[in-house]
Design a protein around this ligand. Structure first.
Ligand code: ZN
Length: 285
């Protein structure tokens, strides 16, 4: 069975396909929760098995994605400790992203999305949870982006040449260029921003993330990741900024760059070229 067969099957049975993609995504999300909890602390993501903060092991039926949390109503069975709403949220987000990928993207791109989107969720989750983005998944984003470009050149739109090797080589160049532009762009913004603000404007994690988005969706994706992500970040921080302004206080929060850039990276992966066309039409009229 090839990817195309899989998507043809999905077209025949859309409900069943969405349910399968969603269930698969929820399971991946469940694993991401473990990674988000353990990676920033430098713990192994394999051993020990799932356990509560009180030390009790968690039986697998309470670990069933989404339903486990709903069934327990957000409280641990063993000690009644509150279980963060982050757990079902990460599972739901990943599930919906998988459904969207298999519904809206061509087969090869949907398969690539199953690697790309979970990594973005993982990085955003770590940043929101711990304000700390581990390097391993961030570099994995860049590395897998470059490798998958060669395996699936169509994600960079490289399908024109009759010789497959040429397409793969061109996609590799697109990915490398995307990573390079992403790195350079954030480095410059960071340097200029740090000088102007008098403090660290963006972190190293932002540079690697933008490079990763570039590897998956070319230099245009990297540009959108930075500027689109900044817009999203400022919008999400705006209520806090306004509140601080009204009270006459200094704004204490931070603009959540990593999650915002991850959202921008995902938007571009789904609808990047259409956004360019929209922008051209809008500026031309
Ligand atoms: Zn417990």
């Amino acid at each position: 069975m090839t990817l195309v067969d899989l998507q043809n099957f999905a077209k025949l049975h859309p409900g069943l396909a969405a349910l399968t993609a969603g269930a698969f995504g929820a399971c991946v999300g469940s694993f991401l929760n473990v990674c988000i909890h353990r990676l920033p602390k430098g713990e192994s993501i394999v051993t020990p098995g799932s356990h509560c903060t009180c030390g009790q092991p968690i039986p697998f039926w309470y670990n069933i994605p989404l339903f486990g949390w709903l069934f327990l109503r957000g409280r641990a069975h063993c000690c009644g400790a509150r279980i963060s709403v982050r757990y079902p949220l990460v599972e739901l987000t990943t599930a919906l992203l998988f459904v969207a990928a298999w519904t809206f993207l061509p087969p090869a791109k949907a398969a690539v999305a199953c690697v790309y989107l979970p990594l973005l969720v993982l990085l955003a989750g770590c940043d929101l949870d711990d304000m700390m983005v581990p390097d391993a998944p961030n570099f994995a984003l860049v590395g897998t982006g470059i490798i998958l470009a060669m395996l699936a050149p169509s994600i960079h739109g490289e399908t024109m040449h009759s010789i497959e090797a040429v397409n793969r080589f061109r996609a590799l160049i697109d990915a490398l260029l995307g990573a390079a532009v992403g790195t350079a762009l954030v480095w410059w913004i960071r340097t200029i921003g740090s000088v102007m603000a008098g403090r660290e404007a963006m972190g190293e994690a932002d540079i690697i993330l933008c490079a990763g988005v570039g590897a998956y969706s070319g230099w245009q994706g990297a540009v959108f990741c930075l500027f689109g992500g900044s817009v999203i970040g400022v919008i999400t921080a705006l209520p806090g900024l306004i509140q601080a302004k009204i009270k006459g206080e200094e704004y204490a929060g931070v603009v959540p760059f990593v999650p915002s850039m991850a959202i921008a990276g995902a938007i571009w992966f789904f609808r990047g070229p259409e956004l360019v066309t929209l922008w051209r039409d809008w500026t031309a009229s």
